[in-house]
Design a protein around this ligand. Sequence first.
Ligand code: G3P
Length: 218
Amino acid sequence: MKFFIDTANLDQIREAQELGILDGVTTNPSLMAKEGITGQDNILAHYVKICEIVDGDVSAEVISTDFDGMVKEGEALADLHEQIVVKLPMIKDGVKACKYFTDKGIRTNVTLVFSAGQALLAAKAGATYVSPFLGRLDDISTDGLNLIEEIRLIYDNYAFDTEILAASIRHTMHVIDCAKLGADVMTGPLSSITGLLKHPLTDIGLEKFLQDYQKGNK
Ligand code: G3P
């Protein structure tokens, strides 16, 4: 399972990278705005900074909603750095743009996916990644994990290459449940990754080991 961090915060990206387990980064316009990154030139420069920190894929989202706009923006994003994956919304022109980029060998991440049918379309268009938004489904009392399970079944039935990128992950149990269901990738906040480290018995056990060492080495 690949671990992506879902943020545009450079310190958090560095922290995850230094842990040695980071496979990539996902961003979106909301995450960029949260970091105060505004203006197209600054946004593009920020993507390059992220690519220089991590070794893996960095999803950069278009803001156009029409085919021509998405193609123009996506090509500029892909030209920025070899690690960039063009992130496209799951709308009609997004599917068309996904197919266009697939044919050109440019990698894509189809985002804002909330149903198995949308995920099937993304795979048909050759998306590199599909991003089902687990947490946002949970927010409206709909089982987000069930969607991951459905997409896994459908993709396996037809051996689609599109990787399931479980997105809108909010906490550690989402990560573990997605791993059980066979999601290829998770993307979540730093806390959903570092939270996996924690167990009180580890802390208690370590303290005891160190105390016993001190006793024996006085
Ligand atoms: O990767 C998608 C993500 O950014 C959405 O997460 O927590 O805003 O639903 P959230």
